[in-house]
Structure formats: C-alpha cells, structure tokens
Design a protein around this ligand. Sequence first.
Ligand SMILES: Nc1ncnc2c1ncn2[C@@H]1O[C@H](COP(=O)(O)OP(=O)(O)O)[C@@H](O)[C@H]1O
Ligand SMILES: [Mg+2]
Length: 228
Amino acid sequence: MIQMREVCKTYDTGVVALSHVNVDIQKGEFVFVVGPSGAGKSTFIKMLFREELPTEGRLLVNGHDVVEMDRSEVPYLRRELGVIFQDYRLLPDKTVFENVAFAMQVIEAPRRLMQRSVNSVLDVVGLRDKYRSFPSQLSGGEQQRVAIARAIVNNPSIVIADEPTGNLDPETSWDIMDIFKRINRAGTTIVMATHDRNIVDTMKKRVIAIEDGRIVRDQQRGGYGYEA
Ligand SMILES: Nc1ncnc2c1ncn2[C@@H]1O[C@H](COP(=O)(O)OP(=O)(O)O)[C@@H](O)[C@H]1O
Ligand SMILES: [Mg+2]
C-alpha cells in the first residue's frame, strides 16, 4: 500500500533530506519512523500525502503514483489518508463538531451521514460531550483527539502522524496511543514519526530508523534504539 523505490529528496536549498530510500508498508501495519532531529522523518511523512515531492525515485501510495500523478488527482489521494500533526492544526473559530465535520464537507458528504459519522468518531476519541467546545477551551490532549477524529472521519486507509505526542505529557501521550492502537486494530495502516522512546519501546511495532536521510534500520517488533 506504500512503496518507495530509490526515493531521494533534495530541497531547493541543496539540503539532501532523503537519499535512496526503499520501503514497503503493507495494509494494516503499524510503523514508527524514528531518528534524530533533522534526520528526514518529516520529509518522509510529507511525501506520503504529497506535501513534498521526491526529486528522484518512485512512490506509490494506495495505488496512486505520487510522482507522476496529475494535480487533479491529489484530492483523491488525500481523502484516502488521515494526517495528524504535532501542533493539532485545528480551526480556532470552529467548534469541535465543526472541525471534524469540515473534513466531510470538503468531500461533500450528505448531511445525515455527516452528523452520524462525526458523532461516531467523537465517540471513538472520547469527546462526544465536548462537541460544542472551541479548541482554545480544550487541553492539548483533547485538541489532539479532535485532530484524530478529523483525520479518521472519512475512513482513511492510512493514518499518517508526525510527532503526534510531541507536545503532550507521558500520560496523555498514552491516551493518544491507545486510540491509535484501536484504529490500527480496526484495520487502518498507521505510519507515525516520533521521538518518544518509551512509546516505541513499549509498543514493539515495526521501526524504521532514519539517519542523515538514509534508512539505517527496518525492524519488526523493534525498539527506539538510540541512547538518551
Ligand atoms: N522546506 C525545507 N527546505 C529546506 N530544507 C528543509 C526543508 N524541510 C526540511 N529541511 C531540511 O531537511 C532535513 C530533514 O528535515 P526533516 O525531514 O524535517 O527532519 P526531521 O523531521 O527528522 O527532524 C533537515 O536538514 C532540514 O533542515
Ligand atoms: Mg520532523
């Protein structure tokens, strides 16, 4: 479902963020992408939803050829993906309900379906009683749960997260990981970049380690693998 072949990314500045990356990720996998700051984790993540394009190599996501695809095909790729960021990226002037519903309006879902789906994903993340709150009235962990609800409301086949627990305390981070575990158990593929040693070591999922733009380790049931 994700296939990278000899993928390289050099930014306009000349920085080589990724070089000769080869990765296959199958449906239903849970994958951590780890590595020091500046290693290329975010670049790896951004290429999956075509926020950045590879400068060389081939990249297939859900059967879409990310490099060769027409600009008009990009929305179709993105609606099959749920993307979650460290800083939540909620719309501050919209309620919890509206933030999640917005993701469905974008794909022009029928109103009845929208009500039902939004309520259902707010249940999944345990925030149904906060549907009328604004982001500023929520804790960081609650805001991230809204972002997860928004990411999954259109039933994506892949959830992509860049340091989703980066701004959260350990206990709240585990609440977020419990939601990810549940989403994964329901069959959704998860690709998550993280710095969180404790989470990676405890969950024993596949670990792809990147250093200086290269994959230095790709291990099933792996650990974080760096000294603190
Ligand atoms: N938009 C950009 N333009 C130029 N260089 C960038 C850009 N984004 C990231 N980089 C550089 O690419 C390298 C990898 O960055 P990044 O993928 O953000 O790493 P990580 O997420 O592992 O910290 C770093 O040297 C970073 O400075
Ligand atoms: Mg990053």
